[in-house]
Ligand binder design. Structure first.
Ligand code: THG
Length: 271
């Protein structure tokens, strides 16, 4: 499972001001901590920065790529097309990921050529501007549109991460299992299987804080069991990282050894 670290985000109380003041240190420290936590891809989330978007994304990309190893992917998270392009232009050795396009044909006609030009992976939301997806079937129809446009614009299907769009449990309880089923079915749309991604925190948005980790860990277990490829989540949360690795062991994707969590939780005293 690729964990796309979520904490470099304009909404954060410490990182938001640092982004606006172009204060590199707190952002670079957080980027290094996210990598140390086990993330190989960092989300850089501008939020709804409209006017300053391109300059801010350009600065953010330069700031983070200066701090972390070239092998770490940068996931540019903005709805602002100009900001996305400005960020992609200054990516040097790091492999970029576009976050995100939706499944509108005219939007795909803008983002897919960008993915091709900048040799980027791309997250595609299985929804259109017509509204949030109703069920698994609607998401699969949108995925087919996305895949068709990728092929039309010469973007390899292995570069696409399909995002079913997770809705909050308190808002759309019936939808949680639709998302799990969607993750299963996305894989059947191609051989090799299509990749998938979710924003994990969406599931517990709007619930009391003491329920966040319980829903996060449990939903992660269900999605990982169903074959989820990637998640935008908190790589500083060691328990979450341990849950992810444990599912990998249970799925026989990683060899079990008594010490399998030592790199995450630290070595235990000899029993
Ligand atoms: N799919 C895709 N991209 C996404 C989402 C998705 N990007 C945004 C979001 N959903 C996932 N990213 C975040 C980023 C930060 C937090 C939650 C989800 C978060 N941030 C603060 C923190 O760092 O603690 C808290 C901010 C607050 O006070 O609200 O929790 O679904 N493709």
């Amino acid at each position: 499972m690729l964990i796309i670290a979520e904490k470099i985000n304009i909404m954060s109380k410490t990182i938001g001001p640092a982004m606006r003041e172009r204060n590199a240190k707190p952002i670079q420290d957080l980027a290094l901590a996210e990598v140390a936590g086990g993330s190989r891809c960092l989300d850089l989330n501008l939020g709804p920065a409209t006017k300053d978007g391109p300059a801010m994304m350009e600065w953010l990309v330069k700031t983070v790529q200066e701090a972390v190893d070239d092998s770490i992917q940068l996931c540019l998270d903005t709805k602002n097309l100009e900001a996305m392009e400005a960020g992609l232009k200054v990516v040097t050795k790091h492999k970029p990921m576009i976050n995100s396009t939706n499944a509108d044909e005219d939007v795909l006609d803008k983002y897919m050529p960008m993915a091709a030009t900048f040799d980027a992976d791309i997250i595609a939301l299985a929804m259109t501007s017509a509204g949030i997806p109703r069920d698994c079937n609607e998401r699969l129809v949108n995925a087919a549109t996305i895949m068709g446009k990728a092929m039309e614009h010469g973007v390899g299907l292995e570069r696409i991460y399909l995002d079913p769009l997770v809705l909050p449990i308190g808002v759309a309880q019936m939808d949680a299992m639709e998302v799990v089923e969607t993750i299963r079915q996305f894989q059947m749309l191609n051989d090799p299987p299509m990749k998938s991604v979710v924003g994990l925190s969406n599931i517990y948005n709007g619930t009391p804080k003491d329920l966040h980790t319980r829903f996060g860990y449990t939903f992660m277990t269900m999605l990982a069991a169903a074959g989820l490829t990637a998640a935008i989540a908190d790589s500083l949360d060691k328990e979450l990282m341990a849950v992810v690795k444990t599912v990998e062991v249970l799925k026989n994707e990683m060899l079990y050894a008594a010490s399998y969590l030592d790199d995450i939780l630290g070595a235990k005293a000899e029993a």
